[in-house]
Design a protein around this ligand. Structure first.
Ligand code: BGC
Length: 407
């Protein structure tokens, strides 16, 4: 294998989530938007109208030589009232999966990506575990066979921190107890969903699926060699990366990894996030949302994950870059780190860039443009960014070699 070749069968793809792209949803986030919590009082509204334009969007995947797509099911759409499932909505997702299959694109399906139906909108409520598991069972029975890769819940740590500790996302709790409860229920919901998915596949005689959460995992570097700063890094690593992941071990067939953040942390002064702005006196690039770009952090996270002895799927990695000045280099540099980790024994099965199309970026509304493909939200017109073409060529070659691919 050449230095920058990827393993045969590597999945090259892009990711989205229902609320961010579909349009026309009614859930806890639309309420949150209506009450003015989003930058400049923006609302998700029609989003990228993916609900109606999915065929066109899947053609974009093909045009970019991508062979995988991560999408999520909108719980509020398929179960608008407790126990009442909307067959038309379920059938729509069935059609989406069929449209992917027709193009030879492997689906990676997320069952919960931050949004909740209004009738089950608080993860501190223990009943939500039962509700979620019922919904999962219905979806898996209805959609199951063509799907091998399932993500039960997206980024539980971010959901807990934003919605239950900091109160910036719905349901707006700001308490340690609420955060503790929500985390516990998310972990239990995952475990039950994991068991349910496997049971349903087995009963139907379908090939064994691969199930994980999609974890937001970050790199933490101590600000100095002092034992106090090293302790700070361990603490931050524990709470952000380890705590949920280790509680779900035993109910994981792979590890879904969303990588965005690298941090330089210290105990004195206390700083447990951010801080990695420059390396060796060189300022790191900053994205439109002010996040720093540090691809080596992905390598460190992949190295750490080797210890769990499970395959890894990079379920998200990307940046807000409306003018597309950083994206091509970002992709090449991150893939170089992935390839380095693979050559040192990391079992990485695929890379799904966030995101296929510009979309509704939570509190930042339409100000964070993460798309390989730009969307004009007035006309819904799509245009492929140049960086996407670079990514598409890498995918076609299954290799970063001839870094002619370097922008
Ligand atoms: C989330 C996406 C989000 C992206 C960029 C991830 O944490 O899963 O929904 O759009 O980051 O912020």
């Amino acid at each position: 294998m050449k230095n920058y070749d990827f393993p045969a069968g590597f999945l090259w793809g892009a990711a989205t989530s229902s609320h961010q792209v579909e349009g026309g949803n009614k859930n806890d986030w639309t309420e949150w938007e209506a009450s003015g919590h989003i930058k400049n009082r923006q609302r998700s509204g029609q989003a990228a109208d993916h609900w109606r334009r999915f065929e066109q969007d899947f053609d974009l995947l093909s045009e970019l030589n991508l062979n995988a797509y991560r999408l999520s099911i909108e719980w509020s759409r398929v179960e608008p009232a407790p126990g009442q499932f909307d067959e038309k909505a379920i059938d729509h997702y069935r059609q989406m999966l069929a449209a992917l299959e027709a193009r030879g694109i492997e689906p990676v399906v997320t069952l919960h990506h931050f949004t909740n139906p209004l009738w089950a909108s608080d993860w501190t409520d223990p009943a939500i575990v039962k509700h979620f598991t019922r919904y999962v069972r219905q979806m898996v029975k209805a959609l199951g066979q063509p799907v091998h890769w399932w993500c039960t819940i997206n980024e539980p740590n971010i959901l807990v921190s934003m919605g239950y500790l900091q109160g910036k996302w719905p349901p707006g709790h700001k308490s340690l107890l609420a955060a503790w409860r929500a985390r516990r229920h998310l972990v239990n919901a995952h475990r039950q969903a994991y068991a349910a998915i496997h049971e349903i596949y087995e009963n139907h005689g379908w090939p064994t699926p691969a199930v994980s959460m999609a974890y937001n995992l970050q790199y933490f570097e101590p600000a100095s060699a002092s034992p106090l700063d090293k302790l700070a890094a361990l603490v931050a690593h524990y709470f952000t990366n380890r705590s949920v992941l280790t509680k779900t071990l035993g109910s994981l067939d792979f590890i879904g990894l969303n990588y965005y953040f690298a941090n330089r942390v210290s105990l004195i002064p206390p700083r447990l996030a951010g801080g990695l702005d420059e390396v060796n006196g060189q300022r790191l690039p900053h994205t439109d949302l002010g996040w720093t770009v540090y691809p080596q952090g992905l390598y460190h996270v992949l190295n750490w994950l080797k210890g769990f002895d499970l395959p890894v799927m990079i379920t998200e990695n990307g940046l807000a870059d409306a003018r597309d000045t950083l994206r091509a280099q970002f992709i090449v540099d991150h893939l170089r780190e992935v390839s380095r980790a693979i050559s040192e024994g990391a079992d990485v099965r695929g890379y799904l860039h966030w995101s296929l199309i510009d979309n509704f970026e939570w509190l930042d509304g339409y100000d964070g443009q993460f798309g390989l493909v730009a969307v004009d939200f007035k006309t819904q017109e799509r245009s492929i960014r140049d960086s996407a073409k670079v990514y598409g060529r890498i995918a076609a070659q299954n290799s970063l070699d001839d870094a002619g691919e370097r922008p």
